[in-house]
Design a protein around this ligand. Structure first.
Ligand SMILES: Nc1ncnc2c1ncn2[C@@H]1O[C@H](COP(=O)(O)OP(=O)(O)OP(=O)(O)O)[C@@H](O)[C@H]1O
Length: 306
């Protein structure tokens, strides 16, 4: 197998009217990794995926896919995709549908392999319009596998699935990834990115704001959360306590982000300010919020009443 990266974005920009949907995206997707593109609604995930697949053209910068152009890679069946919408045809069986798509590619995957990888062997003779939502999604996965792709691109693949169907879907995807293939998926679900990706790239307002393993992201956003009841006492001093990087007051409760929770708690104790104390490690959700909130110019989520 050639050694070029699975995909490379270089200074990619895309503007829709006044919206910068891609604002200088630089990203290299390595072969064999499972990478999550994580971001809020409108962060630019679908735009990046559309350009990667050659469905949309960047205004500036360059994208290469498997060492060639997106168009060439897609035509050769080297890339499979599952995009957000897409209605299954009716009346044909699962096997017929996957076989039909496979025949349109130069070097297809054997249909039995695609069905097995998607966990559909037992459903091969079922009509595609008589499947549950989770099974129908796995059929779309089998269709994406039909060309025997080296890379598969999934735009929010599990957004409509329940927890069990989601688990089955990811099990199928892991079988494909274990063959040394590359998976790029977008998601809003932090837990999904955490559980299934080797690497998470956070997009915000068309920019890459973080890139690393889930653990890297938690570390980059810093430490722990210390929360306590204020008991009516003033709160201005909290931001000056050792380790504290961010203070949030909700009602009578203060939430402190700290990169040295021991020092913060000692300082609180010295002021006799420990009431209802809780110390919790930073979750991926906290890390994500901190990363997307910290961007200059980013629109913050509306905060509940302060
Ligand atoms: N064809 C288009 N015409 C105009 N604006 C667009 C178009 N496509 C995307 N946008 C805008 O570009 C921005 C990025 O959209 P995009 O769909 O890439 O985000 P996303 O991260 O995929 O969001 P979601 O999670 O909601 O799918 C948004 O502000 C969106 O409204």
């Amino acid at each position: 197998m050639t050694k070029e990266p699975a995909a490379v974005f270089e200074a990619v920009t895309k503007t829709y009217g006044s919206v910068r949907a891609a604002d200088g995206v630089d990203l290299t997707v390595r072969r064999g990794e499972t990478l999550a593109l994580l971001g809020r609604n409108g962060a630019g995930k679908s735009t990046a995926i559309g350009m990667l697949l050659g469905l949309d053209v960047p205004d500036g910068g360059r994208i290469s896919l498997l060492g060639t152009t997106p168009e060439q890679a897609v035509l050769a069946g080297r890339v499979g995709a599952m995009l957000q919408e897409g209605r299954a045809v009716s009346r044909v069986t699962v096997r017929e549908l996957v076989g039909f798509v496979a025949r349109t590619y130069p070097r297809p995957m054997p249909v039995a392999d695609a069905l097995a990888l998607a966990g559909l062997t037992a459903l091969a003779d079922r009509r595609v319009d008589r499947l549950s939502g989770g099974q129908a999604q796995r059929v779309r996965f089998a269709v994406a596998l039909a060309g025997n792709p080296e890379l598969i691109v999934l735009d929010e693949p599990t957004s409509a699935l329940d927890v069990e169907a989601r688990g089955e879907f990811w099990e199928a995807m892991h079988g494909y990834a274990r063959r040394g293939n590359t998976v790029l998926f977008s998601t809003h679900y932090l837990e999904e990115a955490d559980s299934f990706a080797d690497r998470i790239v956070v997009l915000d307002a068309g920019r890459v704001v973080a890139d690393g393993t889930p653990e890297d992201l938690k570390r980059a956003a810093g430490g722990a959360l210390v929360s306590l009841d204020l008991g009516g006492a003033p709160s201005a001093y909290l931001s000056g306590l050792p380790g504290v990087t961010e203070v949030e007051i909700r009602g009578d409760r203060a939430r402190l982000r700290t990169d040295d929770s021991d020092a913060t708690v000692r300082a609180l104790a010295a002021r006799d300010a420990i009431r209802g104390l809780e110390v919790a490690p930073l979750t991926l959700n906290d890390a994500f919020l901190a990363l997307t909130r910290a961007r200059a110019g980013a629109t913050p989520e509306p905060e509940p009443s302060r």
